[in-house]
Structures are given as structure tokens and as C-alpha cells.
Design a protein around this ligand. Structure first.
Ligand code: TYC
Length: 113
């Protein structure tokens, strides 16, 4: 939502003094969003990454396969954008799942600017 704020014209009182009337924007701060990223490595099987993307990020198989290939080729990719709490949960879920399956898959989060 955009709003335009004007500085009001200088007003002169009886003595001729001027006052600049300013307004301040009422800030409705939206909470920051966080990018969740998957990092490539040489050992985690492609099928495992595809499964992770389906299981924790709600992607269908084709979307998951495509995004896995992007990570594989580029080194990393954003796999979702969430609130701080949801992003932390996703990272923890992926890291724990990878650890339990003894894969070195890494998942991180970063504030979106
Ligand atoms: N590079 C891995 C391989 O060739 C596959 C892979 C993709 C691993 C994405 C991690 O986040 C990842 N088996």
C-alpha cells in the first residue's frame, strides 16, 4: 500500500513567525520474511532431495525434481519464503530428516531484504 505525505505550507502567525508543520507516517511494520535455502553437495542422492521438497515444501514431483536440479546446477536455491518461526521449523525439519538418513544435505535461512 502506498501513501503520499505532504509537508504542509508554512503558516505565519501574528508576529510573522513561521512554523513548519510535518506529519509522520504511522508505521504498520510487517514482520520480515525469511528465504529458506537448500545447498548442493556431492553425496545426498537426488531422489532424497526430491522427496524432501515434496514432504516439507509441498511441491509436486515435477516441481520438486526441477528445483532439485536447480540446486544441483547452481549450488543453492531458495525453496520457500516464510515467517521467521515457520522458516526455523522447516530448516530444523530438513536438517533432522537428513541427519536421520545420514545425508549431508544442508538447509539454511536468510532474511529477505
Ligand atoms: N549433487 C547431488 C548429487 O549429484 C544432488 C543434490 C541436489 C544434493 C540438491 C543436494 O541440495 C541438493 N547426488
Amino acid at each position: 500500500m502506498h501513501s503520499v505525505w505532504h509537508m504542509m505550507a508554512d503558516k505565519q502567525d501574528e508576529d510573522g513567525d513561521t512554523t513548519v508543520v510535518t506529519e509522520t507516517k504511522p508505521k504498520t511494520k510487517r514482520p520480515p520474511l525469511y528465504k529458506v535455502m537448500l545447498l548442493n553437495d556431492d553425496y545426498t542422492p537426488m531422489e532424497f532431495v526430491v522427496h524432501v521438497l515434496e514432504r516439507f515444501f509441498g511441491l509436486n514431483h515435477a516441481q520438486a525434481f526441477e528445483l532439485m536440479l536447480t540446486v544441483h546446477k547452481k549450488g543453492l536455491a531458495v525453496v520457500g519464503v516464510f515467517s521467521h518461526e515457520i522458516a526455523e521449523t522447516k530448516v530444523a525439519q530438513v536438517m533432522d530428516y537428513a541427519r536421520r538418513h545420514q545425508h549431508p544435505l544442508q538447509c539454511t535461512m536468510e532474511k529477505e531484504e
